[in-house]
Write a protein of this length. Structure first.
Length: 313
């Protein structure tokens, strides 16, 4: 049996990419909000790391939706998903969350970049000034709504797979939380990598702030991953068969242990633990650590998606 082609496969790799992009968007904007409100204040728009997060968040969502449209059996009917909603469908609810999330996202971006945009307009377009000032009055409400929607989007990536009830490994209550935390991890990594590529200071306060949050996130991700598989194994039956087949020998076993556990979790955790809080960080350190986290999360999405569909209840 091929790792990528087998009879029980329903959702192939494009869904894994979509789940990854939705998670990194949610995670990146959460860290942008944290940086603005706890470290940078009104000068947040000047930070390369906030700029990177604000680029990643909308672009990742648009790319993810594009992948979904292309993967549809009838791609030219995609507009029906955006207009007709079924509250009993996890996919439909997820699309609704995505739509509202994008509105809140762009409203928050208007609040963050209000000053440079209005300076650029220089009074030439008064309607733009009125719109931005009106939005800025509700920044606190918009921020709270955006964070809730981002966390919902991160968890939704796990709920989407949980809806496949005939697959014991995917029909797991830990999966939404695991995907939420791994999404936050990828958002942190994307923000760091994008920030240093945009000439952000690799030893700046933003990097130290994110790394301090990244350590407990990685530890929590390890705990959730252990809980996920421990629950499957202790349940017995087909759940145990699915778990042992996934992390045992073979292609996906190597992906899990070498890619997810070693590269995606152990290496970033080791880099962050051994790098003292007072030590000076360099571009190579930030770039390598962030890249390892991103590769790990992408591999985790593919690993869960494919191995989860190999065993039927």
């Amino acid at each position: 049996m091929s790792p990528f082609h087998f009879d029980s496969l329903v959702w192939p790799w494009p869904i894994a990419i979509y789940l990854f992009l939705a998670g990194i968007s949610a995670g990146a904007i959460c860290f942008a909000v944290l940086l603005k409100h706890f470290k940078l204040g009104r000068d947040a728009y000047k930070s390369g790391f906030v700029q990177a997060a604000c680029l990643i968040a909308p672009l990742a969502v648009f790319a993810g939706l594009g992948i979904l449209v292309i993967d549809l059996t009838k791609p030219f009917d995609f507009w029906k998903i955006l207009v007709f909603y079924n509250p009993t469908s996890v996919m439909s609810v997820g699309v609704a969350v995505l739509m509202v999330y994008q509105v809140a996202l762009f409203a928050w971006l208007a609040c963050v970049f209000k000053t440079p945009v209005l300076n650029w307009c220089n009074g030439r377009w008064p309607i733009v000034s009125k719109i931005f000032n009106a939005i800025a009055k509700h920044e606190a409400t918009i921020t709270g709504l955006l964070v809730m929607l981002a966390l919902s989007l991160g968890a939704y990536t796990g709920f989407l797979l949980s809806a496949l009830t005939t697959y014991p490994m995917l029909n797991n209550p830990v999966l939404p939380l695991l995907f939420l935390i791994s999404g936050l991890s990828s958002g942190a990594a994307g923000t760091l990598l994008g920030g240093v590529l945009l000439n952000g200071n690799p030893d700046g306060k933003e990097v130290h702030f994110i790394h301090n949050i990244e350590i407990p996130i990685i530890l929590l991700e390890i705990v959730l991953l252990f809980t996920f598989f421990a629950g499957l194994i202790l349940t017995g039956g087909q759940s145990q068969v699915a778990a042992l087949a996934a992390i045992g020998e073979g292609f996906w076993g190597w992906i899990f242990w070498a890619g997810v556990v070693v590269v995606g979790l152990s290496m970033p955790l080791a880099f962050n633990l051994f790098m003292k809080a007072s030590a000076k960080r360099k571009f190579s350190y930030v770039a390598v650590t962030a890249s390892c986290s991103l590769v790990g999360v992408l591999l985790l999405r593919n690993f869960i998606l494919y191995t989860g569909q190999m065993t039927i209840a």
